[in-house]
Write a new protein. Structure first.
Length: 220
């Protein structure tokens, strides 16, 4: 079985069974004028993850390995938005409010699209999710077995919110999970570091972490 040099120890995976999941690389989170910036965050911290994520996408696509993208976005009538999520926050902008790139985190609005550098190719699965985790109220749980995926490489934003939540959900469902360290980012660099430390603690209680370079090397 191929091996990725990872933390806390090597990650082995079957030649067929590895999938890439790219979490919420959306304009609303990454670009100036989106939801992330409206919450007072420095979106510059997230830009660093675009290049490494593009490299992962290229590696998986070149080998015909499955790729899944997620988007955090709600229906225009907000009927799929958990009430607590809608109420959360004391800032001026909330989910569904008009923003510079259309209504914030609403499906079909400019801001909810995946950034152009990482745009899904025809045929790649895109999971729209109303929660932070990608399993809640989505078909991801059915999709992964249909694609023959047992091992998941994670990329995307933000490390400590939607990426970590989804990784933990997947781990509890029996998937072997590895976070691509340079293909994920947080508005708070210290939170990214802490999340990776938590994931790989106790001999990988929630999974593994490795560089994009190590993943590329293992894919050969
Ligand atoms: C957040 C996400 N942070 N994709 N979403 O609200 O992490």
């Amino acid at each position: 079985m191929p091996i990725i040099a990872a933390r806390p120890y090597d990650f082995t995976f079957p030649a067929h069974g590895l999938g890439l999941i790219v979490i919420d690389m959306q304009r609303d989170f990454l670009e100036p004028g989106g939801f992330g910036e409206a919450l007072g965050n420095d979106v510059g911290h997230l830009a660093a993850a675009i290049g490494p994520t593009a490299r992962l996408l290229a590696a998986f696509r070149a080998r015909g390995l499955p790729v899944i993208h997620t988007r955090e976005a709600h229906s225009p009538d907000l009927s799929d938005c958990p009430p607590a999520k809608l109420r959360r926050g004391r800032g001026a902008l909330h989910i569904g409010d008009p923003g510079p790139m259309g209504r914030i985190l609403i499906d079909g609005e400019e801001g909810s699209a995946i950034v152009s550098e990482l745009a899904p190719l025809p045929g790649e699965k895109v999971v729209r999710k109303p929660g932070k985790g990608a399993f809640h109220a989505t078909a991801l749980g059915q999709l992964l077995p249909q694609l023959g995926i047992s091992h998941l490489i994670f990329a995307g934003v933000t490390t400590e919110v939607c990426v970590q939540t989804t990784m933990r959900e997947a781990n509890d469902r029996g998937y072997e999970c590895l976070l691509a360290e340079d293909a994920t980012a947080s508005y708070f660099p210290a939170f990214k570091r802490a999340t990776i430390d938590m994931l790989v603690a106790q001999d990988g209680i929630v999974g593994w972490a490795a560089s994009v370079q190590a993943i590329e090397t293992a894919l050969g």
